[in-house]
Design a protein around this ligand. Structure first.
Ligand code: HEC
Length: 152
């Protein structure tokens, strides 16, 4: 066996281990404060322009078929999911007549606004549309959000 190859064989498992450790450390929940207040604010503006027509100015629907994005339907649809899942779902289905019509960062900011509106805490770092990273952040809807419902 050539020296180069054996070095690779020795290093490969170490790299895999290092990656797995990094991934485990990356897993977090929205209670850690994973987006900024400024980001939620910019998401609010985009939401009001593109989404409020059906989902309402205060996230209570104005369109018969659209779900509320707060209280019961929000908790049911979002609690325990990852931000990555909600981002993908929103981007690929909304607004109904023009899916994927907005930049990824705008979709993410809107998702952030919806979370912040429902009492999810803000933090110091802006959240970026990196799906792999978003997939590791679990949404934890605070019990105090909206009109009740138990925590978990
Ligand atoms: C023309 C009306 C309309 C507009 C505009 C609209 N929606 Fe919706 N939305 C709906 C309807 C109706 C549903 C119910 C599911 C369906 O029919 O696809 C829905 C469902 C949703 C859901 C729940 C998806 C799920 O399955 O969990 C989310 C989240 C959502 N919309 C977010 C948004 C966001 C964010 C925007 C703006 C970028 C937006 N919507 C714009 C009508 C609309």
């Amino acid at each position: 066996m050539k020296p180069k190859l054996s070095a690779a064989l020795v290093l490969a498992p170490i790299l895999v281990l290092a990656t797995e450790t990094a991934m485990a450390q990356d897993a977090r929940s929205t209670t850690d404060g994973v987006f900024t207040a400024a980001q939620a604010k910019s998401g609010e503006e985009a939401y009001q322009s593109h989404c409020s027509g059906c989902h309402g100015l205060d996230l209570r629907k104005t369109d018969a078929e659209a779900p509320d994005l707060t209280e019961g339907p929000f908790r049911f649809g979002w609690h325990g999911k990852t931000i990555g899942e909600r981002f993908e779902k929103t981007r690929s289905t909304m607004p109904k007549a023009a899916v994927r019509s907005l930049p990824d960062q705008v979709y993410l900011d809107i998702v952030v606004y919806i979370l912040a509106f429902n009492g999810v805490p803000t933090g110091t770092d802006k959240l970026l549309p990196n799906i792999a990273a978003l997939d590791k952040i679990t949404i934890d809807v605070p019990a105090s959000s909206g009109g009740g419902g138990r925590r978990r």
